[in-house]
Design a protein around this ligand. Sequence first.
Ligand SMILES: *[C@@H]1O[C@H](CO)[C@@H](O)[C@H](O)[C@H]1NC(C)=O
Ligand SMILES: *[C@@H]1O[C@H](CO)[C@@H](O)[C@H](O)[C@H]1NC(C)=O
Ligand SMILES: *[C@@H]1O[C@H](CO)[C@@H](O)[C@H](O)[C@H]1NC(C)=O
Ligand SMILES: *[C@@H]1O[C@H](CO)[C@@H](O)[C@H](O)[C@H]1NC(C)=O
Ligand SMILES: *[C@@H]1O[C@H](CO)[C@@H](O)[C@H](O)[C@H]1NC(C)=O
Ligand SMILES: *[C@@H]1O[C@H](CO)[C@@H](O)[C@H](O)[C@H]1NC(C)=O
Ligand SMILES: *[C@@H]1O[C@H](CO)[C@@H](O)[C@H](O)[C@H]1NC(C)=O
Ligand SMILES: *[C@@H]1O[C@H](CO)[C@@H](O)[C@H](O)[C@H]1NC(C)=O
Ligand SMILES: CC(=O)N[C@H]1CO[C@H](CO)[C@@H](O)[C@@H]1O
Length: 440
Amino acid sequence: MASSFPSFEKTIQFLWLCFFISNLLDLAHADPPYSVCSNNSNYSANSTFQNNLEILMSSIRSNASVSKLYYTSTGNDLDRIYAQYMCINYITHDSCSTCITAASQDIMQVCPGDKEAVVWEELCQLRYSNQSFLGHLDVSGNIAKDNQKDVENPEQFGLVVNETLSDLTKQVAFNASANMYATRQAAFTNTETLYALMQCSTDLSPDDCNTCLRVAMENISSCCDASRGGRVLSRSCYLRYELYAFYEGANESSKSPVPGKSSRRKTWIIIILTAAAAVLVVVILGSLIYYHAMRNGIKKWKKQNTRLDRNCHGIGHPNNNDFQLQNFQRDGLNDGESAFMDLESIYAATGNFSDSNLLGQGGFGPVYKGKLSDGKEVAVKRLSAWSDQGTDEFTNEVMLIMKLQHKNLVKLLGLCVDGDEKLLVYEFMPNRSLDVFLFG
Ligand SMILES: *[C@@H]1O[C@H](CO)[C@@H](O)[C@H](O)[C@H]1NC(C)=O
Ligand SMILES: *[C@@H]1O[C@H](CO)[C@@H](O)[C@H](O)[C@H]1NC(C)=O
Ligand SMILES: *[C@@H]1O[C@H](CO)[C@@H](O)[C@H](O)[C@H]1NC(C)=O
Ligand SMILES: *[C@@H]1O[C@H](CO)[C@@H](O)[C@H](O)[C@H]1NC(C)=O
Ligand SMILES: *[C@@H]1O[C@H](CO)[C@@H](O)[C@H](O)[C@H]1NC(C)=O
Ligand SMILES: *[C@@H]1O[C@H](CO)[C@@H](O)[C@H](O)[C@H]1NC(C)=O
Ligand SMILES: *[C@@H]1O[C@H](CO)[C@@H](O)[C@H](O)[C@H]1NC(C)=O
Ligand SMILES: *[C@@H]1O[C@H](CO)[C@@H](O)[C@H](O)[C@H]1NC(C)=O
Ligand SMILES: CC(=O)N[C@H]1CO[C@H](CO)[C@@H](O)[C@@H]1O
């Protein structure tokens, strides 16, 4: 009988799972950065080279809000470093700055110790090298990516793409007033429009820009023949085309834009969120029925089974083998340092909820200050004794906190459900208003 009603513990675990799923969805967006490392030259930790590289990256970050393409260098002799970034021309200075800030952090991580590296984010590129590359064409390490969805009539599409890209190449490379950037729209079928964009690094000569874009077009024909779209990320130029208006300032035709990769993702997100919501509703209803059944006289059954396992969850503890909890840690929602909490240690931390540790009395119960055995200070909210009201409040609060949990808010470190005892364990922040703990 017990197994036919989901327990409160199960409810909470499902809630964790739902939250975990919503995190996964964010991860699914994390395609970039794309990177190329040279692998053939290393610098060592704490070397002058590394120091120069960090100086260079910070100077680049400060420049990114004022210009969309920038070349710079620093250091002497063997420790000299050259760096350049390029934002896709249509994005704003703010977006460029955000993109480059991310790139400058990623580039230190994707090619650790490498004296030469390039990173492509969604809308910008950043590279550095121990050799000057200003004005040098470089198509090594081109990355070609298709739009994962096939076009229905690839031959016809290929012709339109070829014609449009060739046209665009001439404009970008040889029309000085284009400043090495241009976009084009071309009718494909009655209902679909091709949108294309090309950009060269402006330090290239027109001929080198032309060469770069021609190579990129070859790369496209070998990667993306049947695809609805494609792009080439090169050190020296950028090419992209789609059957939807992916760049700012495109003439959005009244014809319905064709869904690409991102809207397929959106569909998936909606499906998964709906499923998660359905599971959530079922589980919450199930547990409500369970508690009402208990209240309405299944007291005998309750007496035999009432003792839920001593069930505390520390979030982010390395030895915690709960699948979803470990993922909280991996997702960086928690610092991974919080100690695992069991009921005994929380009793000990708060001196058995002694009055001297009482921080205040909230609507749903008192809040105590506690010190875990590892010295970490926590605030423990002890929810009012057993009642349906309290159970609902607890569910609501946990759900609310899970929705809101964010680096800048007070962290929920763990929670306990043990019979009538319902505890929420927060990180203690001495300078925070007590209200934060009391009302979430
Ligand atoms: C550098 O090494 C990574 C993995 O270690 C490899 O994927 C990549 O192809 C290498 N790059 C070059 C240019 O050899
Ligand atoms: C860049 O580093 C590599 C490997 O350390 C070295 O062979 C090459 O000469 C360096 N280039 C310059 C211009 O210093
Ligand atoms: C660079 O370091 C990696 C490991 O960090 C090593 O495998 C590689 O051989 C090193 N390359 C050179 C040229 O020293
Ligand atoms: C680099 O410096 C940091 C602190 O300045 C130090 O902790 C680290 O051990 C150093 N690493 C090496 C390889 O010297
Ligand atoms: C498009 O151009 C590439 C070379 O730039 C060529 O290989 C490919 O066959 C062309 N595609 C069509 C459909 O003409
Ligand atoms: C060069 O580009 C400008 C717009 O950037 C356009 O108005 C002009 O017609 C182009 N010239 C040629 C010869 O295509
Ligand atoms: C792009 O084309 C160049 C020149 O044909 C080739 O060397 C390179 O391997 C190609 N890269 C990709 C990703 O197709
Ligand atoms: C955008 O559409 C308007 C009319 O709808 C047209 O006059 C204009 O030339 C188009 N611009 C481009 C870049 O296609
Ligand atoms: C173009 C531009 O803004 N350049 C600036 C980049 O940053 C350095 C200092 O970090 C300034 O000196 C440049 O003027």
